[in-house]
Design a protein around this ligand. Structure first.
Ligand code: FAD
Length: 391
């Protein structure tokens, strides 16, 4: 079993090929050596560690699951485990990669033409171009399929976009922002690749977040933004196309949630072995062991569920309700697990220097983005009953 057998308890990583296990070890070493020592400072200041991007690019993990031009094409299982590995040390870095390598690259891979894939994906895989994904709006999140209000108007050879977006990760520094807008003519949602510096697109970075403070989320204002037809994702003809992207990236979020829980659990195990009370390590107390074992159960069950769903994804059999079930389960159990980890650290659990407090805070954002617990529950509910309970 692995160098960290106490958290990959059932040895899921042994399901990977040797080459992918090595990749996972490299990611783990990088995150432990380069990210963990500096991340709390960035979290406090709410700053993204741009200086780490070249080294992340070197890992070759952007768009790992996709088989488009220049993409690593290693499949969904290792992609998921890498997402877990990133978030195990820092959920903000996990989210940054989820947005760039999952949502933005996924939009081009799944909804772009062959020419568009050739044009953008190789540079995105090398992380020379960074992507963002603009779907959510200030007035509509969960009901975006119905309420999306950003408009796209045909104008000669191109399009004119108008509207507002909110919560868009990476947008303020991204080279390409995927903007989802409703065609004024046919009422369908379409995707557009808007390049950095395009006139009329401005950003306001959202301040004072209490979670994922390292991730830069922005409001985007779009005022008569001209986009050529070559930048309209040719395969995105309705909201169903957006949902195809979200189906696979939601699995990524389920893996991030297990990573967040796993990171907090590992800090908790180490702490309880080092901390002494009543003359003994607190790890020796039955009530403390009870919490550690419950945390490990959550992490292990979440991993098992996600492994199977990722295998379905690799086999082309993943359905919306599979990804939603994994997202609901992993995020609910994550929230429970990080809470228990904080509990066994006592007062130190709320000090940033012990890391667990950051996991507790960051879990709140992972819990809500890419479909809240309620929305993902309703997707599964609809699948098992045949009844839609959304409205
Ligand atoms: P609302 O939709 O207003 O929901 C509020 C509450 O009402 C929730 O509890 C919800 O479950 C509940 N609710 C709503 N409808 C129903 C219903 N029918 N039945 C029962 N309950 C219901 N978006 C992007 O496009 N790109 C990004 O990069 C991005 N990054 C994000 C990063 C962070 C840190 C966060 C917090 C969000 C991000 N988002 C992004 C947006 C995210 O996907 C939305 O926040 C999420 O979909 C929920 O939408 P909302 O916040 O508007 O909540």
């Amino acid at each position: 079993l692995h160098d960290s057998p106490f958290s990959d308890f059932l040895g899921f990583e042994l399901l990977l090929e040797e080459q992918d296990r090595e990749l996972l070890s490299r990611v783990r070493a990088f995150m432990t050596r380069e990210v963990e020592p500096v991340i709390n400072e960035h979290w406090t200041r709410g700053e993204f560690p741009h200086q780490l991007v070249p080294a992340i690019a070197e890992l070759g993990i952007a768009g790992l699951a996709y088989d488009g031009p220049g993409c690593p094409a290693r499949g969904a299982l290792v992609d998921g485990m890498v997402a877990m590995e990133l978030s195990r040390i820092d959920p903000s870095i996990g989210t940054f990669m989820g947005v760039h390598g999952g949502l933005a690259m996924g939009s081009i891979q799944l909804c772009g033409s062959e020419e568009q894939r050739e044009r953008w994906l190789p540079a995105m895989a090398r992380m020379e171009l960074i992507g963002a994904f603009g779907l959510t709006e200030p007035d509509v999140g969960s009901a975006i399929s119905m309420g999306l209000a950003t408009t796209a108007r045909r104008d000669g050879d191109g399009w004119v976009l108008n509207g507002e977006k909110k919560w868009i990760g990476n947008a303020s520094f991204a080279d390409l922002v995927i903007i989802w807008a409703r065609d004024e003519d046919d009422g369908e949602v379409k995707g557009f690749v808007v390049e950095k510096g395009t006139e009329g697109m401005t950003f306001e970075v959202q301040q004072d977040k209490i979670a994922l403070r390292v991730v830069q989320n922005s409001e985007i204002h779009l005022r008569d933004v001209h986009v050529p037809e070559t930048h309209r994702l040719q395969g995105a003809t309705s909201f169903a196309s957006t949902s195809e992207v979200l189906r696979v990236t939601r699995m990524g979020v389920a893996w991030q949630a297990v990573g967040c829980a796993r990171g907090a659990y590992e800090h908790a195990v180490r702490y309880t072995k080092a901390r002494e009370q009543f003359g003994r390590p607190i790890a020796s107390f039955q009530l403390v062991q009870d919490l550690l074992v419950k945390m490990l159960s959550n992490v292990t069950a979440g991993t098992a569920m996600n492994v199977r769903a990722s295998q379905l994804q690799d086999a082309g059999l993943l359905r919306d309700e599979h990804a939603s079930l994994c997202k609901v389960h992993s995020t609910v159990r994550m929230r429970e697990t990080v809470g228990w980890a904080r509990e066994v650290l006592g007062g130190n659990g709320i000090l940033l220097e012990h890391h667990v407090g950051r996991f507790v805070a960051d879990a709140e954002a992972i819990y809500s983005y890419e479909g809240t617990r309620e929305i993902n529950t309703l997707i599964v509910g609809r699948a098992i009953t045949g009844e839609s309970a959304f409205v």
